[in-house]
Design a protein around this ligand. Sequence first.
Ligand code: R2B
Ligand code: URA
Length: 308
Amino acid sequence: NSSSNLPERDNYVNNGFGYVKNPHLDLLSEDILYHFDLGTRTHDLPSMFGDVKFVCVGGSPNRMRDFAIFIYQELGLDGDGSDITDICAGTDRYSMYKAGPVLSISHGMGIPSISIMLHELIKLLHHAKCRDVTIIRIGTSGGIGIEPGTVVITDIAVDAFFRPQFEQVILDKVVIRNTQLDQKLAESLLHCSKEIDDFPSIIGHTMCTYDFYEGQGRLDGALCSFSKEEKCEYLQRAYIAGVRNIEMESSVFAAMCHLCGLKAAVVCVTLLDRLQGDQITHSHSVLKEFQKRPQKLISSFIKKQLHT
Ligand code: R2B
Ligand code: URA
């Protein structure tokens, strides 16, 4: 029933190989990746990106630049990486840096922002003929019942009702998508973090919301219509459902990567325990050190992968 709003399952045509599943793309004489300021006519994407094996994405442009410089140095590439330049300098929507086989890209905040970035990134990987790419979101989050600074490796992303799914509206239909992440990759990342042993890390469900304030049950937004008791009851239920942290991109990230056949992981540090409060009160330097934790883990994981 095409006029109903009942959830549907996806039905995609594979383009034969690679990550995109869109028959219309083959008909384009040129594909402009508008928000990256890149295109198939203006840029030689296979020579620019053909060797990419790891893509790391995170919200903030500066953090993703820092990560690119860090991984550049960790991989022992020529120089110190400080002259690394933004490949998307022609636009201020997203920033992109390349350090050998690692691409580091910012995605902004929230589902719509990361979703646009992922469409263009996945097409970029397709046009560049990349193979066997692993993609990891490194980010921040609010923890539930765990020590601030804990790194949570997501096994599955859930919505605000704790359902392991993402609802994408397409034309006037709601399409339900699977938000399962790669379990083997999550286990390897946990194993790797236990080897570093600098900070606590766990595997758990990640709740993905459409908002930072009301959407995450905060009492400190410009609007709030619920009591502290109602907030705590909701977060307790989330904990019982297996949720260990809350952020704003994991569900669409998991869903798109799953559909496109990209091996994907979400690794977020928690900045606070939401059972204790809503405001992020740690000092700038503590927060900086927390945000470095997923970077350390991913860098150690990538180094291990490249050397085996
Ligand atoms: C985590 O942190 C941001 C909000 O502060 C958001 O992008 C997210 O997922
Ligand atoms: N990011 C979020 O989305 N929520 C938090 O509580 C902290 C960071």
